[in-house]
Design a protein around this ligand. Structure first.
Ligand code: T5A
Length: 210
């Protein structure tokens, strides 16, 4: 049986990492073989690219360079980690994936949708999430949560307007793909959000064995 690819998306500080850890624990205890990974990153080469992308000193990075680096990190991540894990039948929980490029570089930076689509096709090699959990919070709530970590990375330093466009980009994606993208209200307590996510993933896994 091939594995199951589940991605988590949303604005800065929406609670993805927190929820991925809870879902990993739940699924592992239930006997599933689960790995957790993230974008940009997940492999040594892609983590090195992450360092370049998020370095707050790289404020002169052009939009095209940013786009190509996210795509390069994703191509290596899919090739080295995600595709082999799915082929081995594992559940892959991934903190961000190609929808982040559509939201940040598309809606946020204003890059052309067709260009993003082509690059996403190349970078993913056709490996696409079975299910995406979009945790939605107001931008100010997410940024306030993220701020508690200290120095902001290069993308967190962007304006509120940029982050609002990103949020709207995610919401548009969810509206256009109900089957894959589950919109999860993220302002509820950590446990309430976890329960909502659990129900969505249980339904997904049950449907796959029918
Ligand atoms: N990016 C990424 C692109 O521009 N294009 C792309 O193609 C890709 C893949 C990645 C950056 O790169 C950009 C997007 C990002 O800007 P990152 O460091 O991985 O950088 O940033 P994020 O993915 O945004 O990760 P964060 O850690 O900022 O956010 P999370 O993981 O969503 O949030 P989390 O779980 O760490 O929670 C943040 C805080 O909130 C609390 C937690 O305890 C924590 O303190 N919290 C809650 N508090 C109250 N109620 C809840 N329900 C809470 N849930 C969590």
């Amino acid at each position: 049986m091939s594995g199951c690819f589940i991605t988590f998306e949303g604005v800065e500080g929406c609670g993805k990492s927190t929820q991925i850890a809870l879902l990993w624990e739940y699924l592992t205890e239930a006997g599933y073989d689960v790995i957790v990974t993230r974008e940009p990153g997940g492999t040594p080469i892609a983590e090195a690219i992450r360092g370049v992308l998020l370095n707050p000193d790289h404020e002169n990075m052009g939009p095209a360079v940013e786009l190509l680096l996210y795509a390069a990190a994703r191509a290596q991540h899919v090739f080295e980690k995600i595709a082999p894990a799915l082929a081995a039948g594992q559940i892959v929980l991934c903190d961000r994936f190609a929808d982040s490029t559509t939201a940040y570089q598309g809606a946020g930076r204003g890059l052309h949708a067709e260009l993003l689509h082509t690059l996403n096709e190349i970078a993913t090699g056709g490996v696409w999430p079975d299910c995406t959990l979009l945790i939605d919070v107001p931008v100010t709530v997410g940024l306030e949560r993220a701020r508690s970590r200290g120095r902001k990375d290069r993308i967190e330093q962007e304006s509120i307007d940029f982050h609002e466009r990103v949020r709207q980009g995610f919401l548009s994606l969810a509206a256009s793909d109900h089957d894959r993208i589950h919109l999860i209200p993220g302002e509820a307590s950590v446990d309430e959000v976890h329960q909502t996510i659990r129900r969505a993933v249980e339904a997904l896994l049950a449907a796959r064995v029918e």
